[in-house]
Design a protein around this ligand. Structure first.
Ligand SMILES: *Cc1c(COP(=O)(O)O)cnc(C)c1O
Length: 353
C-alpha cells in the first residue's frame, strides 16, 4: 500500500503542465514551440562569452540592474524601477500568481489560450475561470467583470494559439472595469503592430510581461521581465528568489536590449514568411486565423489534424497539435525560415493530395 502523500491536497489533485516536445537538436525541423528559427544577435553571444570570463565565483546582481537600465531605455519607460527581471517570463507569471492569488481565490483567462496559467492557479490551490473568445477572436464584456473571489486576470496578447490581438483600447476598457490586476502577457508583442506598454503608466493595475525567448532567439537562456509601476515591482521583488537570474543571462539580456535594429530585421523577415504561410495554407483549404505572432493557427475542414501532425513528425517536422474541449482542434505552426516552411508546406500538400 502506498504511503499517504505529504504534499498539499491541491498538488495531489493537479495534472502537470505539458510543454511542447524538445527532442535532441538536429533530428527535426522544429515548428512546435514558437522559438526563433534564427540565432540570437551576435552581440548577445559575445556578451555571454565575455561574462563567462568574468567572476563566476561571485553571485550575480540580485536585481539585474544593468538589464533594467537598458530595458527602460529601449522601451522608453520612465526609469529602471519599472522593470523586474525574471528567469523566463514563466517565472514572472509564477510570481504574479503567488503574489496576488491566495488559496480559494480565483484568476481569469481567455479560452482557448495559454494553459500554463491554469497550472499556476492549481499550484496555489486557487481556482480559474475561462472566458471564451467570440468567433472573431474578440473578448466579451464579461472578461472585465469584477467578482469577489477574482484576484488576477491574465491575457496573452497576441494570444496563443490564435496569434490574434485585443486592441490596447479594449484592454484599457477591461482594466478600468476590473478591480484586480490585469496582466498582459506580451510574449509575442515584438511581432505585433501594437502593444499595451503605455497602459502601464496610466493604470497601476495593468502590468505587462515580456520574454526574450521568442523574438530575440534566446529560449535557451531563460530571461523574461515585467513592466509595472515601481510600487508593484518593489512588492514582487520581496517574493522572488534572491538570485533569480544568473550572470550569463543578465549579460545576454542586457546586450539584447541594444539590438533594436536586429529585432526590426527579424520582425520583417518573420512577417514575410508568415504571410506566405497564411496564403499557401489557405489555398490548401485550411482556415487560417490572421496572426500577429510568430506562428499561425490553422484548421482543415477534413478534421484530420492529428493524422497530419503524425505524418509531418514521421517526416522529421514537428508542429503543435492542439485540442480544446468544446472548442475544437487544429495545428499551431511556428514561423520558421523560408526553407523550413517550404519543406513543411510541401509535405502538407503531399498529405492532402
Ligand atoms: C512562450 C510563452 C511564455 C514563456 O516565455 P519564457 O520567457 O520562455 O518563460 C509566456 N507566455 C506565453 C503566452 C508564451 O507563449
Amino acid at each position: 500500500m502506498a504511503e499517504k502523500s505529504h504534499f498539499r491536497p491541491a498538488l495531489a489533485r493537479m495534472m502537470p503542465y505539458a510543454p511542447g516536445e524538445q527532442p535532441p537538436p538536429g533530428k527535426y525541423i522544429k515548428l512546435n514551440t514558437n522559438e526563433n528559427p534564427y540565432p540570437p544577435p551576435p552581440a548577445v553571444v559575445e556578451a555571454i562569452r565575455e561574462a563567462a570570463g568574468g567572476p563566476l565565483n561571485r553571485y550575480p546582481d540580485p536585481m539585474a540592474t544593468a538589464f533594467r537600465i537598458a530595458a527602460a531605455e529601449q522601451l522608453n519607460l520612465p526609469g529602471p524601477e519599472w522593470v523586474l527581471a525574471g528567469n523566463g517570463s514563466d517565472e514572472i507569471l509564477t510570481l504574479l500568481v503567488r503574489g496576488f492569488v491566495g488559496e480559494g481565490q480565483s484568476l481569469r483567462l481567455p479560452y482557448p489560450s495559454y494553459i500554463l496559467y491554469r497550472t499556476l492557479a492549481e499550484i496555489q490551490g486557487a481556482e480559474w475561470e475561462q472566458v471564451a473568445f467570440a468567433d472573431d477572436w474578440s473578448l466579451p464584456e464579461m472578461f472585465g467583470q469584477s467578482d469577489d473571489k477574482l484576484r488576477l486576470v491574465l491575457l496573452p496578447n497576441p494570444n496563443s494559439p490564435s496569434g490574434t490581438v485585443v486592441s490596447p483600447e479594449r484592454v484599457a476598457h477591461f482594466a478600468d472595469q476590473l478591480d484586480c490586476p490585469l496582466i498582459v502577457d506580451e510574449a509575442y508583442a515584438d511581432f505585433a503592430e501594437q502593444n499595451c506598454l503605455d497602459l502601464v503608466q496610466q493604470n497601476e493595475r495593468v502590468m505587462v510581461t515580456r520574454t526574450l525567448s521568442k523574438s530575440y532567439g534566446l529560449a535557451g537562456v531563460r530571461f523574461g521581465f515585467l513592466v509595472a509601476q515601481p510600487q508593484v515591482i518593489a512588492e514582487l521583488a520581496k517574493i522572488k528568489d534572491s538570485y533569480n537570474c544568473d550572470g550569463l543571462a543578465i549579460a545576454a539580456a542586457t546586450a539584447a536590449m541594444g539590438c533594436g535594429d536586429w529585432l526590426e530585421d527579424i520582425k520583417g523577415k518573420m512577417a514575410a514568411t508568415r504571410a506566405r504561410m497564411t496564403e499557401r495554407l489557405s489555398s490548401l483549404g485550411f482556415c487560417v486565423v490572421p496572426s500577429q505572432a510568430n506562428f499561425v493557427w490553422c484548421q482543415h475542414p477534413n478534421g484530420k489534424h492529428h493524422q497530419l501532425y503524425e505524418f509531418l513528425k514521421n517526416n522529421q517536422i514537428l508542429v503543435r497539435y492542439m485540442e480544446f474541449p468544446e472548442w475544437g482542434q487544429g495545428l499551431r505552426i511556428s514561423v520558421g525560415t523560408d526553407q523550413q516552411i517550404d519543406a513543411c508546406l510541401m509535405l502538407i500538400e503531399r498529405y492532402l493530395a
